[in-house]
Design a binder for this molecule. Structure first.
Ligand code: F3S
Length: 432
């Protein structure tokens, strides 16, 4: 790779040992990818220094008096360094994505005091090193909104696809190591979605049936990912109400059933003013139609393992709920009580939870017998109420993962279907 003077001096250790190790890692990474240079980035979303018991124990032989144990984890794991380095404050706008535990409601999630202690210690380390603790998969709902064209280095598939497609900012799906190294250096290899020529559409999806509700958008996203896998779909046709929430559900679904990191919607997303602009010099490799038959098939695929209509768990908030979505749930609950045979867990970010607290929504959910949780979700934390056999979900992404992770049945439907299931303990969602 060609390095500029700044990058060369980092590599030579003139900005300190940690920065040198970070640059060495990024250079190995960039060369493996075939990148020729770096781009500057100051917007990074990762999970620096996160640790569980296994990781903590794994490096125990390196812990020495007077040294921060998390410097050990950051050196050897995050930076893949062969020596222990002292980690300075980051020089970039770095934020921490979701974790595995809600620090206030950890007992509800079945966590142990030891897990809580580890999570809080790694969080304190990240905060002291200048990382913003957003603890969410929706950083764009918690104050991190990169501008059009901005080079970013983000983890989390649902956030990556939103960043590229809806905001028009540029990121590949990064990992813990590259994001931690980028937080120290402000550099990421110039490849993939950072480059104009890799952002054009590859496949065309003609939307023929009306797609309007959040559930509709989730199903369309799931269909899209199933068809195009890791390619770049361009959608045209009968979609409506293209707001933040619908994009959030569409992108998360497409990134789960396939590996979609960027999509275009003609007339909606910023790099798709016209069909021609979305495809640029490319021609569609394949064309797919999404009509009533495909919509029904998608619903059937999502509900393929659901048999039992008694529901004992309703999980909402994947990706993390916005304030408007929490408001909708409170309105659907309408002062009623969740069935005693069912649990209702709703996940969001700390920031949105604070706003929900102020509006009285957190208390309203608690009064109904549910709980508003932060930082994590059932799939990421691999946690569901004890004894759960059947869940109801309004997220195609969560429906894709949770039954497989936890060995349960899961129904997919609208938020209204799910709240009704929480109140009655039974699934009554209609097949479209
Ligand atoms: Fe977020 Fe969990 Fe879904 S981290 S995107 S709520 S799988």
């Amino acid at each position: 790779m060609m390095l500029n003077a700044d990058e060369q001096s980092m590599l030579e250790g003139k900005h300190g040992k940690a920065c040198q190790k970070a640059m060495e890692l990024l250079l190995r990474y960039g060369e493996a990818l075939g990148a020729e240079r770096f781009v500057d980035t100051t917007n990074i979303a990762g999970v620096p220094a996160s640790a569980n018991k296994f990781l903590k124990d794994y490096y125990s032989e390196y812990y020495t008096a007077g040294r921060d144990e998390y410097d050990v984890i950051f050196s050897f794991f995050d930076l893949d360094s062969d020596e222990l380095v002292e980690v300075p404050k980051i020089t970039t706008n770095g934020c921490h994505l979701q974790g595995g535990i809600d620090p206030e409601n950890w007992e509800i999630l079945g966590a142990t005091p030891e897990t809580l202690r580890l999570s809080q210690a790694s969080e304190a380390y990240a905060r002291e090193h200048g990382v913003k603790i957003l603890k969410t998969c929706t950083p764009y709902l918690a104050g991190n909104v990169p501008k059009h064209g901005e080079h970013c280095a983000w983890m989390e598939s649902s956030a990556v696809v939103y960043c590229n497609s809806v905001l028009g900012a540029r990121t590949n799906t990064e990992g813990r190591e590259s994001t931690s190294a980028a937080m120290l250096t402000g550099k990421i290899p110039d490849f993939g979605f950072h480059r104009d020529e890799n952002r054009f559409g590859t496949h065309l999806i003609k939307v023929e049936v009306e797609v309007s509700s959040i559930m509709d958008w989730g199903m369309l996203g799931y269909f899209t990912g199933e068809r195009v896998l890791e390619h770049i779909p361009v959608l045209t046709g009968n979609y409506h109400n293209a707001d933040l929430l619908r994009h959030k559900h569409f992108g998360a679904a497409a990134a789960s059933s396939g590996g979609v990191e960027m999509y275009h919607m003609v007339g909606v997303t910023p790099e798709a003013g016209t069909l021609e602009a979305a495809f640029g010099p490319r021609r569609p490799a394949e064309v797919f139609s999404y009509g009533a038959v495909e919509r029904r098939q998608t619903w059937d695929n999502l509900n393929a393992n659901a048999r039992t209509t008694e529901v004992d768990f309703v999980m909402l908030g994947c990706p993390h709920y916005s304030l408007e979505q929490i408001e909708e749930v409170v309105s659907l609950l309408d002062g009623k009580k969740v069935s005693e045979n069912c649990r209702l867990w709703i996940f969001t970010s700390r920031l949105v939870r604070t706003m929900a607290d102020q509006k009285g929504y957190t208390q309203a959910i608690r009064d109904a017998g549910g709980v508003l949780l932060t930082d994590t979700c059932s799939a990421i934390g691999q946690t569901i109420p004890k004894g759960t056999r059947v869940a109801a979900l309004d997220s195609a992404k969560q429906t894709h993962y949770l039954p497989a992770f936890m060995g349960i049945e899961a129904w997919f439907g609208s938020t209204r279907d799910c709240v009704n299931a929480a109140l009655s303990g039974r699934w009554n969602g209609a097949r479209p």
